[in-house]
Design a protein around this ligand. Structure first.
Ligand code: SAH
Length: 386
């Protein structure tokens, strides 16, 4: 079997339970890209087995600990375990995540279900090499009408992999319909962001809806996920997104669900929040669900300034007693940092704010303890007290 010797620091990473070992910690490489390799410490003791990426800074992704290799067919077995876990959750949706990479001990693999279709992403060289095995397992376990590989995220380039979108099984139509929490959505699996929808926000949409009333603002709405849920209980909803395409989808989804109280605007949220602040339009509930401002550690300080800016503006346009649902999906921004951002925004807005709920990504996107990279989405629900 292929074998890689790692440094003492690399060996320590294995001991603390982290699934990644960086290129700089590799000492001796007897392996090809994509191989399942035995990972040995400097004295030659095998600590774990991992999938090897030749080009990536994340050179090893551990799939099992100890000196025994993982059993033959472990990928199919872990997919089955991940699917059974989702089935146990009683998810009120036809679209949700089936496999969440490291959180399901399948590093570098994402699998989402969209009704009768499956969308997957192989984000490491090891998983890319095993696509046939993965597709065979998914077909046997789910009998989907089609499997689409959305292998177009930029991170594939870091693995030396092509960015491409392919149908790997059956047929996948241009557009399909799914439902979540009783709301119907048109989804374009090939062109939509991520694998089509932001499935990680389902439970936060449900939570936010419990506070909905009066006038609501959904900022960074994409195709209207929060807006469509909140509209059931609010008098009127304003949904904002900078993308014309997203705004067209919000309008289509509003029509599909017979919601006439949603007004969608194609605007930059930073500018629009300032405009609203200068008008006398005030809201009972505001949602902030921006894209990841901090894509890496260097961008962190600028990102925190951006998060603070929108939270400050949102608090200013909230009525007393109103609720702010505020999110960050940058894993570089941890819970404490995000709490600090909201606190400083409240200080500058000169309003007293109470935290009502601290939430995270949905249960179908499990967070592996000790692996902060798997805990990316934080969602605080706060209330302007006075
Ligand atoms: N809330 C959505 C997901 C939002 S994803 C849901 O629940 O599904 C972030 C969205 O923010 C994207 O659709 C993107 O087009 C939009 N966006 C990014 N920068 C923006 C800006 N400055 N102003 C308005 N929208 C922006």
């Amino acid at each position: 079997m292929s074998r890689i010797v790692v440094s003492l620091r690399g060996a320590d990473r294995v001991r603390i339970g982290h699934p990644w070992i960086y290129r700089s910690d590799l000492k001796d490489i007897q392996a090809q890209g994509g191989d399942l390799v035995a990972v040995a410490d400097p004295r030659g003791r095998v600590l774990a087995h991992a999938l090897f990426s030749q080009k990536s800074q994340i050179a090893l992704r551990i799939v099992s600990r100890g000196d025994a290799p993982p059993p033959e067919g472990f990928i199919g077995q872990r997919i089955a375990t991940a699917i059974a876990y989702r089935a146990s959750l009683g998810i009120d949706a036809t679209a949700y995540r089936l496999v969440h990479g490291e959180g399901d001990l399948l590093p570098g693999l994402v699998v989402d279900r969209y009704g009768d279709y499956v969308v997957l992403q192989a984000l490491s060289e090891g998983m890319d090499r095993r696509l046939d095995e993965i597709v065979t397992a998914l077909v046997a376990q789910l009998q989907p009408a089609g499997i689409l590989a959305r292998n177009d995220p930029r991170v594939r380039e870091l693995e030396g992999l092509e960015r491409r979108v392919d149908v790997l099984h059956g047929e996948v139509p241009e557009r399909i319909q799914v439902s979540e929490l009783g709301v119907r959505y048109e989804v374009d699996l090939r062109m939509g962001q991520k694998t089509g929808l932001f499935l990680d926000q389902r439970e936060n949409r449900e939570a936010a809806t419990r506070y909905a009333r009066g006038r609501v603002l959904d900022a960074f709405s994409y195709n209207g996920g929060f807006a469509l849920n909140l509209a059931a209980r609010a008098e009127s909803v304003v949904a904002l997104d900078v993308s014309e395409d997203a705004v067209r989808h919000i309008r289509e989804n509003a029509a599909l669900n017979g919601r006439e109280n949603i007004e969608a605007r194609a605007v930059n949220v930073f500018d629009e929040l300032r405009e609203i602040e200068h008008s006398d339009d005030r809201f009972d509930l505001v949602v902030l669900d921006p894209p990841a401002f901090a894509k890496n550690r260097d961008a962190l300080r600028k990102a925190l300034t951006g998060y603070k800016e929108i939270n400050l503006r949102a608090l200013k346009i909230l009525k007393p007693g109103g609720v702010l649902v505020t999110c960050t999906c940058s894993y570089h921004v941890d819970e404490a940092m995000f709490g600090d951002v909201v606190y400083r925004a409240a200080l500058d807005a000169e309003v007293p704010v109470a935290v009502v709920e601290k939430r995270m990504q949905g249960r179908d996107h499990p967070v592996l303890l000790g692996v902060p990279e798997t805990y990316y989405l934080k969602c605080f629900i706060v209330r302007r007290v006075g």
